[in-house]
Design a protein around this ligand. Sequence first.
Ligand code: AMP
Length: 191
Amino acid sequence: MKIVVLGPPGAGKGTQAVKIAEHYKIPHISTGDLFRSNISEGTELGKLAKTYIDKGDLVPNEVTINMISERLTHADAANGFILDGFPRAYDQAVALQQLLAEKNGETYAPDNHGQGLDAILSFEISDEAVVERLKSRGREDDQESVILNRLKVYAEQTAPLLDFYSKELSVIDALGSEEEVFQRTLAALSS
Ligand code: AMP
């Protein structure tokens, strides 16, 4: 299974992505986690990423695309993966499509936005519910001003991907218990 999860910050997509990864025995690849582990290891990539993450801005596309492209060369991702937090901008989505086409030895088909993917899940939730969830999470970039910027960045740069993937999208109501949302997700993936 090759899956992409979309949704605003705080929709619970990370939690669901981990459960889906366990269920299908595929690696959970989260760009946010990759950045955070680079930050804690003190790498150059981490130092650069931190300046953007602290403000709630996107790390530049080129840096992020290179990081994902490298991660997808690892053996564990050969037959499947779940991408959590990537793509988050139009250029990233196009880069992913091109990358997967190349990996699969296919010709890049510009109109086939889901090329190389089995599912694109969109977790939907209201802004009010998002702010409440994020405030209770307590991560360093979860102060209210940073949360509001992340939501703005989401609306401006990431939400347009819902149109980009409109033909392939499975929409999931993200309001409910973890288990309820997981059951909805499994149902969407098996249909
Ligand atoms: P997340 O853990 O997915 O909430 O991501 C935390 C932060 O990492 C985001 O607010 C961005 O600053 C950065 N980030 C994560 N994924 C991406 C991406 N695909 N493109 C650019 N920045 C990203």
